[in-house]
Design a protein around this ligand. Sequence first.
Ligand code: ATP
Length: 328
Amino acid sequence: MSKTIKKIGVLTSGGDSPGMNAAIRAVVRTCAYHHIECIGIYRGYQGMIEGDFKEMGPRSVNNIVNKGGTILKSARSKEFMTPEGRKKAHQNLITAGIDGLVVIGGDGSFTGAEVFNSEYGFPVMGIPGTIDNDIYGTSFTLGYDTALNTVIEVIDKIRDTASSHNRLFFVEVMGRDAGHIALNAGIGAGAEEILIPEENLGLERLLDSLKKSKASGKSSSIVVIAEGDKIGKNVFELKDYVEANLPEYDVRVSVLGHMQRGGSPSCFDRVLASRLGVKAVESLLEGKSNYMVGLSGDKINLTPLEHAIKNHTEIDRELLRVSEIMST
Ligand code: ATP
């Protein structure tokens, strides 16, 4: 390892996700392991612009591997989207002697890192942290596995009440552009139908499926709906539509919302965060820059930030088929 880099800054940006703390811990401790300094940058790019920095050593990250959220706080910074904002941020990094940056966040945060790198040639490395699992170049983003477990735990509870009252429940989960949470949690929780942004099931098919479900003897049903589904109605309009067309159904709506982002990270997310943090720091020390660290198969890999930003993840179509078979 060349170790031309002497001081690494780490920040969390965009929406928070479980596992971000474990990633911060991994970055800080990998720096300590290689005898280089580490600076925590508070409130994402906004803190970089305002010089909100704090030195971090291995003991500053005690007891956070199990904590949701991010101890460094996260923010969305409009100012960083301007050249003036980025100039201030660069000045602050130089003044603090920071010569490498690890950005933990989603594709917006990576776009910011890439722009910053292209303007100033500043070494940057991205760690994918978002519950949506919608980042190209990694089969798992930090927080996704935890969010899935949170969602199925809640749906299991909803099912208890749904089956006690012979009700149909529409459960809305996060996923404006990607249906990974809806599809996987839907299968895991035994949903009868799953509506996702990538696939327009159509209102008629939904009604048909619910009719079949009733005819086959099911007394209660769960439909999992991603917030960005393409069916053309929001979840409350959909409830009205189904009740108008299938009066035998008593529909209830449950919007899970921000609880999906919280909670203690799963073991999978903690281990992934640790592996990604080590790889991010060691890649910077090897002189690499402008990459995102991610998981491919069971190996940690590097994807150019540019590719991670421009490409999109695809839904696994085999899962759609599995879901259909499971709802027989
Ligand atoms: P999430 O997946 O939770 O939305 P994200 O990282 O995609 O996370 P964004 O709000 O899109 O979240 O981006 C986070 C921050 O990254 C923005 O507030 C802004 O400061 C910075 N950023 C995003 N796009 C750009 C850009 N084109 N140029 C400079 N900075 C940007």
